[in-house]
Design a protein around this ligand. Structure first.
Ligand code: ARG
Length: 220
């Protein structure tokens, strides 16, 4: 599987360099069901999507939001988790609502739905491409926020909570920017693989494995 391991709790690397997190655990459970050996390749987010698209990796699991553009180039399994785009700001920021973000410098991870949404024109609910700075990963975006290079970061809720916990002085706005669903991507037309992964995923949903993996990393 291909992933981008800078997105805790879905994927991050532990002290020994292993990729750990919700996606790694779910992928391991799917591989076990299918009698396959799991190999995880960590790369940038765009690269992780492209690897599955070209069949270089069998699946991409990276907290990937299903959207129309991606459905043109990848097939997706059933969804296994929900995501919400939220806004990270420094405590005391003058940004207290989504509207306040107009004209501000917004950081996102390159290639993510956060980038796509924010960089769309104002009339489409975005803030204009010129106001959005793409970073290699969320950790780099948060670093830039702490250094004052940008005014806020738009990212999925679960990593936002982890990043805020790890970086005192940052907080998230209460308002949610967009609701999304995560699924596993496979090369377009690889129906055999899609069906196999979906079958395993279905069993793991029904027996509660998926929920217990999510609960382990995101305590209620
Ligand atoms: N859910 C968002 C998207 O699909 C962000 C995913 C980023 N994932 C990662 N592993 N860095 O665009």
């Amino acid at each position: 599987m291909s992933t981008n391991a800078a997105f805790p709790p879905y994927e991050s690397t532990d002290d020994s360099g292993n990729v750990v997190g919700i996606d790694a655990d779910i992928a391991a459970a799917i591989a076990e069901k299918l009698g396959l050996k799991l190999q995880i390749d960590d790369m940038d987010f765009d690269g992780a999507l492209a690897a599955a698209q070209s069949g270089k990796s069998d699946i991409v699991m990276a907290g990937v939001t299903v959207n129309e553009e991606r459905q043109l180039v990848l097939d997706f399994t059933d969804t296994y988790a929900n995501g919400v785009q939220v806004v990270i700001v420094p405590e005391g920021s003058d940004i207290t609502s989504i509207e306040d973000m107009q004209g501000k410098r917004i950081g996102t991870q390159r290639g993510t739905t956060g980038y796509i949404l924010c960089s769309s024109p104002v009339e489409d609910g975005g803030f204009g491409e010129e106001n959005v700075v793409p970073y290699d990963d969320a950790i780099a975006a948060v670093k830039a926020l702490k250094n004052g290079q940008i005014d806020c970061v738009v990212i999925d809720n679960a990593p936002a909570q982890e990043l805020v916990k790890a970086n005192p002085g940052l907080t998230t706005l209460e308002t949610e920017y967009a609701n999304e669903k995560y699924a596993i991507g496979v090369a377009k037309g690889n129906t055999a693989l899609l069906d196999a992964v979906n079958g395993a995923l279905k069993e793991l949903m029904e027996d509660g494995t998926i929920q217990s993996i999510i609960d382990k990393y995101i305590p209620a």
